[in-house]
Ligand binder design. Structure first.
Ligand code: ADP
Ligand code: MG
Length: 289
């Protein structure tokens, strides 16, 4: 039985080979490829990434202490860094295009549909005046659903996929628990058939049990839908549990990058060693102390 829901009869899973892939369809083309990314507030450069990529169907963990530039990197991918006053240079390739060169309209489409996002406090990022169902219907009508009925059916299907009851569609965002809100945000990505999920500290506000459930769900999205995930966390323990590969950021730069097991077993950089040493028991996430 599938943890991310049964096949949606009115739709296709993300691996249907339609329009999502670039010229290379054998998985060798990264989902997101960043080159020479510079993010600055005035004269202060807060992110400088020579190269970072999220592979097709990969979960890449972006770890590092608070203020190291993780969230600004995610905002840049979404084209939202300028909205907080940052200047962005470089290239971010996605589906054969440079996200930093798209028009506002093209960017909105990519942001709404192809690249989904889950933040630390999704309740705050949902419009409080809309019920959850309206939120889905509005997003789905903007992005491909033919009518309200179809949008509603896709919303219910997606909620079942994250193990939430469809009656939750009648609730307002403030009536959701933190864990439910994260599931709703993930369900929206499912309903929109997003190809990439950007998750910025999605479990930091949750207690450990709920945190473990959300991590399982993210893994299922990758395993069953082939979604590519950029998973951001200051908590190396969480990243270690979930991710295939880890990139460690410090002061806006990547100081270490590699397969998760290698980075954890034999960290090369002094800073990573300190992070690893601070993790009580790597590999036992969600299990509590
Ligand atoms: P992280 O997510 O790793 O905690 P951020 O990406 O949020 O870090 O921040 C990276 C750097 O950018 C920090 O030094 C932060 O102070 C700075 N910064 C973030 N947002 C703004 C802003 N709106 N104005 C000025 N500086 C900012
Ligand atoms: Mg952050």
């Amino acid at each position: 039985m599938s943890a991310v829901g049964p096949e949606d009869p009115g739709s296709r899973p993300i691996r249907d080979g339609l329009d999502h892939r670039g010229p290379v369809a054998d998985g060798s083309m990264p989902a997101i490829e960043i080159h020479d990314l510079s993010i600055a507030f005035g004269a202060r450069e807060v992110v400088r990434l020579e190269h970072l990529e999220v592979g097709e169907g990969e979960i890449l963990g972006l770890a590092g202490e608070s203020g190291s530039g993780k969230s600004m990197t995610a905002l840049a991918i979404l084209g939202l860094a300028p909205t907080v006053g940052a200047t962005v240079r470089g290239t971010i390739r996605f589906e054969g295009r440079d996200l930093l060169a798209l028009s506002p309209r093209e960017l909105r489409d990519v942001r709404g549909r192809r690249i989904a996002m889950v933040f630390q406090s999704p309740i705050a990022s949902f419009n409080p005046v809309f019920r959850v169902g309206d939120l889905f219907v509005r997003s789905l009508l903007l992005h491909g659903a033919r009518n309200r009925g179809e949008a509603r059916a896709r919303a219910e299907e997606a909620l079942r996929g994250v193990l939430l009851a469809p009656d939750l569609l009648g609730r307002y965002p403030h009536q959701l628990s933190g864990g439910q809100a994260q599931r709703v945000a993930i369900a929206l990505a499912l309903a929109l058939r997003s190809r990439v999920l950007l998750a910025d500290e999605p479990t930091s506000a949750l207690d450990v049990t709920v945190q473990a459930e959300i991590l399982q769900l993210v893994r299922a999205l990758r395993d069953e839908r082939g979604m590519s995930v950029l998973f951001i966390s200051h908590d190396l323990a969480v990243v270690a549990e979930l991710c295939d590969r880890i990139a460690v950021m410090r002061e806006g730069r990547i100081v270490e990058e590699g397969p998760a097991d290698d980075v954890l077993r034999a960290p090369r950089h002094e800073y990573t060693r300190a992070l690893v040493a601070a993790v009580p028991k790597v590999g036992r996430i969600g299990g509590g102390p």
